[in-house]
Write a protein that binds this ligand. Structure first.
Ligand SMILES: [Zn+2]
Ligand SMILES: [Zn+2]
Length: 395
């Protein structure tokens, strides 16, 4: 994917642009690139998306602050990486609607029929306690930690109540005034021709009021970020994709609201011994050709320790033995998988003189009867070639 452009650059505004400057720049560009005005123009569509995304971030003081602080990383929730991010489903649920409502607001509602639009039934109370965000942290752990469980501490930066304004978002001596855009209602009525749709006010984000002097530290959001260290117990049996929930360890609540939850999304590194498939394990066991021929015991590593496997005489290459109950035990402890041990013949290397002599004596002592596969191929080849002779005479 191409490098993302700077949001300020996308909108063509200065870094210290006011909310109104950002809004007006967005309005102009959105009008210009709107899909309705540029049918069958993929470039315009792309521009429109870029512009909407930039506005979505820069029009929201909280997101703008994160963006200023961390760049695209701070507000981008794409896949990959080792950083924390908002729970994706949560993001989709809330922020997509915010994109739509801010878009509709920015367009003066002119395209409301185009999107339908969601309405907020109730104006949020700016003084009410606000629950902290649920956050997701991706954690990579070793294979053995997943099998046996472990203790970890993780360092991360989480949203927390601004300690400057104690979550009010107001500077000292600031007042809340009625929002002039929506006249304190928290919503505006968009006129989509024959359709009227109620939309969240883009100016006050539905609160109905705006702060005349926002807190400088949090830009009026009431929220900043705080580094945290969290201890975590990883239960045995987790696998890639397991999600652990730490209740109340997510983003800090605002104005007495409870904290959000922290979800730890596990990804397990490969083992250099085992392959894992759910609760089952597989392991490859190299065996001497002599041992495979004679039969005997081989050691097999298992999560419980080394097990002894008895090979029957004449064990072929690739033969798999299932060791029941030697796989991974589930998180709940109610199920244990199996371990498949696959035998493969390891050809001996670097024979010394004495070994060579012994091997030559053995080779001489072995006959056709000891290698039925070789005899079988020889036989089939003879038949094949005799067919060839017969067929080349037909004409
Ligand atoms: Zn503040
Ligand atoms: Zn408003």
């Amino acid at each position: 994917m191409a490098e993302k452009r700077d949001y300020y650059e996308v909108l063509g505004v200065a870094k210290d642009a006011t909310a109104d400057q950002i809004k007006s720049a967005y309005r102009k560009l959105a009008m210009k690139y709107h899909p309705d005005r540029n049918p069958d123009n993929p470039e315009a569509k792309e521009k429109f998306t870029e512009v909407s995304e930039a506005y979505e971030v820069l029009s929201n003081p909280e997101k703008r602050q994160k963006y200023d602080q961390f760049g695209h990383q701070g507000v981008n929730f794409g896949p990959g990486g080792f950083d924390f991010r908002r729970d994706f489903s949560h993001f989709e649920d809330v922020d997509l609607n915010e994109i739509l409502s801010s878009f509709l607001g920015g367009m003066g509602g002119g395209f409301s029929s185009f999107f339908g639009g969601r309405q907020r039934q109730q104006r949020p109370d700016p003084n009410a306690p606000q629950r902290g965000d649920d956050m997701t942290f991706r954690l990579e752990i070793d294979f053995d930690e997943a099998l046996f469980g472990s203790e970890r501490t993780i360092d991360l930066t989480l949203p927390a109540q601004c300690d400057e304004c104690h979550g009010s978002g107001m500077a000292q001596g600031a007042k809340r005034n009625k929002c002039p855009t929506c006249n304190g209602n928290g919503f505006v009525i968009g006129n989509g021709g024959w359709l009227q749709v109620r939309q969240t006010c883009p100016h006050c984000h539905g609160e109905g009021s705006i702060i005349d002097k926002p807190c400088r530290k949090c830009r009026g959001t009431g929220q900043t970020t705080k580094p945290q260290t969290i201890s975590l117990r990883i239960p045995k049996g987790v696998d890639t994709g397991s999600r652990l929930r730490l209740q109340g360890k997510g983003g800090g609540g605002i104005r007495g609201g409870e904290n959000g939850d922290l979800y730890v999304l596990i990804s397990v590194r490969d083992s250099d011994i085992f392959v894992r498939d759910g609760l089952n394990l597989g392991v490859e066991i190299p065996v001497s050709p002599i041992l495979a021929a004679l039969g005997g015991s081989v050691d097999v590593p298992t999560p419980d320790g080394t097990a002894t496997l008895k090979l029957p005489p004449g064990t072929p290459d690739g033969k798999t033995f299932r060791l029941r109950g030697k796989g991974v035990t589930s998180i709940r402890g109610d199920m244990t998988g199996d371990l498949d041990a696959r035998i493969y013949i390891e050809v001996p290397v670097e024979l010394n003189k004495k070994q060579r002599t012994a091997a030559e004596a053995l080779a001489k002592a072995l006959g056709e009867a000891n290698f039925p596969e070789q005899a079988r191929l020889k036989n089939k080849t003879q038949i094949f070639l005799s067919h060839k002779e017969k067929l080349s005479k037909v004409k």
